[in-house]
Design a protein. Structure first.
Length: 219
């Protein structure tokens, strides 16, 4: 569903992604881990069509939606209007299915997005992405700035959408435990290059991955 081959993305003369090859199959949930500045958001933005590859290719079968890092809501618009903007490309006007999946959004519909808590804002960004009726979702740092309970709640919604709707997910995270709980496979990106990839269970046993991302080996 998502097929990235030999991708190079640069900002001027600085190479942010250096020959990346990565795939996410239909209905799969795959994680992308990496430290600050590794190139994770660059990949997310390239998948969403916001950045142009210098070389290589990006192919997405179906519609892809991005939950961007930092949510990027319109703070002066209501939750309902932020959601409506998500439906702009699909022509979807009615948010009722999104409200069914994320009932808290129905309660918040008339509130200004800018006054919501971080977790509520992330839920709006989630709902806005779903308004475009995506086949694939790229989530750029679900857990960023959120309390563990809020993250767990959003993660449960994501897992449920994957199970019940077959939503394909690329989960970009610095929280490897969360990523390994949710996903079957993961890629590790450092300084614009993929350094390792594989089944999460195997990666969690890899001392380099455990040391860097899990605070020591999982016992
Ligand atoms: P973080 O976890 O901190 O968000 P990231 O893995 O998402 O980091 P990117 O934001 O993709 O990393 O950045 C990758 C590299 O590209 C970094 O060295 C960053 O400084 C650089 N970079 C990102 N955006 C730009 C830009 N608009 N212009 C120039 N350089 C950029």
């Amino acid at each position: 569903m998502i097929d990235v081959q030999d991708l190079v993305v640069s900002y001027g003369t600085a190479t942010a992604l250096d020959h990346i090859t990565l795939t996410v199959g239909k209905g799969e949930m795959v994680a992308l881990l990496g430290p600050n500045g590794a190139g994770k958001s660059t990949l997310a933005n390239t998948l969403a069509g916001l950045l142009r590859p210098a070389s290589g290719s990006v192919r997405v079968d179906g519609r892809l939606a991005l939950i961007p890092e930092g949510r990027q809501l319109f703070p002066d618009l209501s939750v309902a209007d932020n959601l409506a903007l998500g439906g702009w490309r699909s022509g979807r006007r009615d948010p009722s299915t999104v409200y069914e999946l994320l009932p808290r959004l129905a309660e918040l519909a008339g509130r200004r997005a800018g006054v919501l808590s971080g977790g509520e804002q992330q839920m709006v960004a989630f709902g806005r992405a779903l308004m475009s009726e995506p086949d694939a979702l790229v989530v750029d740092e679900l857990s960023l700035g959120l309390a563990p309970g809020v993250t767990a709640d959003l993660a449960a919604h994501l897992a449920e959408l994957n199970r019940s709707h077959g939503l394909t997910v690329l989960l970009i995270e610095q929280n490897a435990r969360l990523a390994f709980d949710l996903c079957s496979r993961a890629y590790v990106l450092e300084s614009g290059r993929l350094v390792t990839e594989g089944e999460c269970a195997r990666l969690a046993d890899d001392p380099r991955v455990a040391g860097a991302y899990l605070g020591g080996a999982i016992t």
